[in-house]
Design a protein around this ligand. Structure first.
Ligand SMILES: [Zn+2]
Length: 237
């Protein structure tokens, strides 16, 4: 029997009253949980067995499945349902993390960041895509692909003017070096903005001006490294 914090990514109806839950757990990566009787309206597991539920629960481990025996709901990000834009961004984040997270891997930082971005999506009234972009960039960095925005990929000098951002090499070419590598033209201001996003907490992202161009670059960068770009929920955004 173990205690785990879990975030429900997907719920699947199973048998008459049960559910199989795909969940991101704080200490064991992506796991599948059977939640017995949770389709009954009087079930004590009902709230913790729904998509977006974040809870602390007791799990029995049986073979390669986990069985939820009790749960304390910490948040269900209810406000997402009041704002379509926030909701769609949150759905995309669940699909993204569901693809990226591995089984039996310790992803504590990624888990905490995912819960945090969902709670901030609830608080924002607009510009939810900015939070999503920040999540994407931070996720890439946590997965080991942290771009260097401050120094040129080729000559190593400090970036202090317009240059080129290279998705494949994960960094920036300075002005004199732009012809030595492939990349997308970026202004000095855009480079600084991306660096700022990487270093800021979600609560401060609202103060940063982020253009569609930057959001596009960040997404392209993340998708290149995770090797997937056809997320179903992206069509909603
Ligand atoms: Zn250079």
């Amino acid at each position: 029997m173990i205690q785990e914090e879990v975030l429900i990514l997907k719920e699947i109806s199973y048998k008459e009253n049960d559910k199989i839950l795909h969940a991101l757990s704080k200490n064991s990566g992506k796991i599948q949980i059977i939640s017995k009787g949770s389709k009954k309206t009087n079930s004590h597991l009902i709230n913790a067995s729904q998509i977006f539920a974040y809870s602390k629960c007791t799990l029995n481990v049986s073979k390669d499945m986990y069985i939820m025996t009790s749960a304390q709901l910490l948040d269900n990000f209810y406000n997402l349902k009041n704002n379509m834009d926030a909701y769609y961004n949150a759905c995309y984040i669940l699909e993204l993390i569901s693809y990226v997270a591995q089984e039996n891997e310790y992803e504590t930082r990624i888990f905490d960041m995912t819960v945090s971005v969902l709670s901030h999506l609830c608080k924002y009234t607009h510009e939810h895509d900015k939070l999503t972009a920040a999540y994407e960039l931070k996720l890439a960095a946590m997965l080991g692909y942290k771009p260097n925005f401050l120094h040129c990929l080729r000559c190593g000098s400090s970036i202090n003017a317009d240059g080129k951002f290279s998705v494949t090499e994960g960094g920036v070419f300075c002005g004199p070096c732009v012809n030595y590598g492939n990349g997308i033209n970026v202004t000095y201001n855009e480079i600084l903005t991306m660096d700022k996003i990487l270093k800021s907490k979600f609560e401060d992202i609202g103060f940063i001006e982020v253009t569609k161009h930057i959001m596009g670059l960040i997404r392209k960068f993340l998708f290149y490294y995770i090797g997937k770009d056809n997320f179903t929920t992206l069509k909603l955004l």
